[in-house]
Write a protein that binds this ligand. Structure first.
Ligand SMILES: Cc1ncc(C[n+]2csc(CCOP(=O)(O)OP(=O)(O)O)c2C)c(N)n1
Ligand SMILES: [Mg+2]
Length: 672
């Protein structure tokens, strides 16, 4: 069917979809940058979805029970901005559309979470959106089990491109979704056969339908420009108990004589002349950014279609018992329960009395055993290392199709998919995800971890086996550059607790700080309890603090994190015995220390003494604390790794690589 026939067959639909197409063409042209091809190709699918199926109310974008819509093919951002503007999301004004991709506008190059209501997650790095959506659908299922279908009953829709499906992360995501039978997850694949380098077939001949089927999905193949076929496919997909892939055969740059079906439509303006031609083909006679009243009205009617449903939903919410309703509102707001603080204090007190000699991964499990019963919104999990990451606590139950009340997810060996799903759980709201793997495999999750930080969302990465201290598994498994690499991500809190007390403290911080993700770097090897005197205050909250003060004249400061604080304490004993006054500073979180005022930082790191940093990782980044912050190059030293580790028992490795109290003492003395 050519365009003139399509226009005749569905004139009203055509004009609504044309509005989306024209806005995309014009905004990209005005910005002289952007991606018109994808919105022009997927406008029909988006129009039918919003008009006939999506449950939303543009006037109340944060309605907790709205359907989620994820534009995984984030380069097509103008499709999303156009939808939000046309349906009447208050913040998405025509002014913002005109300022597409300009500094300070909410219409960024790729959709950014937090810029405007209606942008459910940040997309652009291909494959992330579809993988976030898996987490959103999991959150929906979990919330429904906890609060009932009367208040939680929504779908998650995704538009994904060839790129999203080619990315490895999609394989992890669809495997997880298939296993979890996420029947309310519906993915539209913009099957246009084109990516930046030209025909997709140059690089990929995967039978996507067969791949999704093999992963436990339902599938459908439709003409992505036929509104009736789109409607029928969505109606069918909503009924099944499996997630559904709807392969939509489309034309990139639909209607552009020069660019349709070519990579030329992907990521550059069509040009004024071509745009004029396309307008004619569309039957669109209006100026740029001029949406005729009648068409805008039709779109606004779509935007307010959900008003009644939302009002009814609010009545349902009021019908919940007071306790349940308060709990629902609390978890949606993201606030931690009041009991959390007292729970952590009690745990800390118990630890300082019992003084266990345990790995911080075990301390983390103990902290979770206290936290999980008071925080019904935690959703734990691990990428097939449950017994090693110590992420499972009693009574969580397994999250699975037969038990949506379960709060523990077996993510499988899918670090990246796990991290992206956790992002989805977090942005959905009502869930606080944490998930484990070995610290060294943070590399495999990093793409999604960076987005947790960029979005500023509460996701807790439980990363155990955090140094050569893991021993015999050797250098493939021993992180050396990872702490530096994670600290390099803005807005990521990297916690490396020194003992069981600090571990309890950093868990409290990770759960309380709603606007940043956290990495908990935890040991495999046992560590003594260093904080033997109970303090109600969360000392880790300031990032670094004096763990042991110098006796006599303060000549040295040892700065250490995690397992190396014990080494610092032993080195201090030896130095004090020789009359060298030595302070030990524990630094469980650089980022929080950085955020303290100068007075605190100066108190912890005064000018003058020799400073030696101790961490079983690379020095990269440490000089900020050693020679910066009132320190001096000639008085700064570091005890740590200089390259990859080795396979062997942990105590021997520490000796072999010279991360010992003796080496620390020698370093201090050489600098005095
Ligand atoms: C992880 C990642 N790699 C590369 C890119 C750069 N990139 C943006 S769009 C694109 C091609 C996507 O092709 P497709 O999904 O088919 O989109 P279409 O051209 O059909 O709009 C690429 C490689 C990216 N955004 N993310
Ligand atoms: Mg494509």
């Amino acid at each position: 069917m050519d365009i003139s026939e399509r226009r005749k067959a569905h004139p009203e639909h055509w004009m609504k979809a044309a509005a989306l197409r024209v806005l995309a063409m014009d905004a990209v042209q005005a910005a002289n940058s952007g991606h018109p091809g994808m919105p022009m190709g997927m406008a029909d699918v988006a129009t039918v979805l919003f008009e006939k199926h999506l449950k939303f109310d543009a006037s109340t974008p944060d309605w907790a029970d709205r359907d989620r819509f994820v534009l995984s093919a984030g380069h097509g951002s103008m499709l999303l901005y156009g939808l939000l503007y046309l349906t009447g999301y208050p913040e998405m004004t025509l002014e913002q559309i005109k300022n597409f991709r300009q500094l300070g506008s909410i219409t960024a190059g790729h959709p950014e979470y937090g810029h405007a209501p209606g942008i459910e997650t940040t997309t652009g790095p291909l494959g992330q959106g579809i993988s976030n959506a898996v987490g959103m659908a999991m959150a929906e299922a979990s919330m429904a089990a906890r609060f009932g279908r009367k208040v939680v009953d929504h779908y998650t829709y995704v538009i994904a491109g060839d790129g999203c499906l080619m990315e490895g992360i999609s394989h992890e995501a669809i495997g997880l979704a298939g296993r979890q039978k996420l029947g309310k997850l519906i993915v539209f694949w913009d099957n246009n056969g084109i990516s930046i380098d030209g025909e997709v077939s140059k690089a990929d001949v995967t039978d996507q339908i067969a791949r999704f089927k093999a992963s436990g999905w339902d599938t459908a193949s439709i003409d992505g420009h036929d509104p009736e076929a789109i409607d029928a496919a969505i109606t069918a997909a909503k009924k099944t108990r499996k997630p559904t892939l709807i392969a939509c055969k489309t034309h990139i740059g639909y209607g552009s004589p020069k660019k349709q079906d070519s990579a030329g439509a992907h990521g550059s303006p069509l040009g004024a002349e071509e745009i004029a031609t396309v307008r004619e083909i569309y039957g669109w006679s209006h100026e740029a950014f001029d949406i005729p009243a009648e068409i805008l009205k039709a779109w606004r009617t779509i935007g307010s279609r959900g008003l009644g449903t939302r009002a009814a939903w609010e009545a349902e919410l009021s019908g919940l018992s007071a306790t349940k309703r308060a709990e629902f509102e609390r978890v949606i707001s993201g606030a931690v329960p009041k009991r959390l603080s007292a729970t952590i204090k009690a745990l800390k007190k118990q630890i300082s009395e019992e003084k266990p000699n345990i790995a911080t991964r075990k301390s983390s499990e103990n902290a979770l055993a206290a936290i999980n019963p008071v925080m019904g919104e935690t959703i734990g999990g691990s990428a097939d290392l449950t017994g090693s990451n110590n992420t499972l606590t009693k009574d969580l139950g397994t999250f699975e199709p037969e038990n949506r009340k379960g709060r523990y997810v077996y993510y499988g060996i899918r670090e990246h998919g796990m991290a992206a799903a956790m992002n989805g759980l977090a942005v959905h709201g009502g869930c606080v995800p944490y998930g484990g793997t070995f610290l060294t495999f943070s590399d495999y999750a990093r793409g999604a971890m960076r987005l947790s930080a960029l979005m500023g969302i509460r996701v807790v990465y439980v990363m155990t086996h955090d140094s050569i201290g893991l021993g015999e598994d050797g250098p493939t498994h021993q992180p050396v550059e990872h702490l530096a690499a994670l600290r390099a991500i803005p807005n990521m809190h990297v916690f490396r607790p020194a003992d069981a007390v600090e571990t309890a403290e950093v868990w409290e911080l990770a759960l309380t700080m709603q606007d940043a993700p956290s990495v908990l770097s935890l040991t495999r090897q046992n560590l003594p309890t260093l904080r033997t005197e109970h303090k109600n205050n969360n000392l880790s909250a300031r990032g670094a603090y004096v763990m042991a003060e110098a006796e006599g004249k303060r000549q040295a400061i040892l700065l250490a994190t995690g397992s190396e604080v014990e080494i610092a304490m032993q080195a201090r004993e030896m130095l004090q015995a020789e009359g060298i006054g030595t302070r030990v500073v524990s630094m469980p979180c650089w980022e929080l220390f950085e955020a303290q005022d100068e007075a605190w930082r100066k108190k912890v790191l005064p000018a003058g003494p020799v400073r030696v940093g101790i961490e079983a990782g690379l020095r990269f980044g440490w000089d900020k604390w050693l020679s910066g912050e009132r320190g001096l190059d000639r008085k700064a030293g570091f005890v740590g790794m200089e390259g990859f580790g080795a396979s062997g028992p942990a105590p021997e490795l520490y000796k072999h690589f010279g991360i010992t109290p003796e080496a620390t003492v020698a370093r201090v003395k050489a600098l005095l």
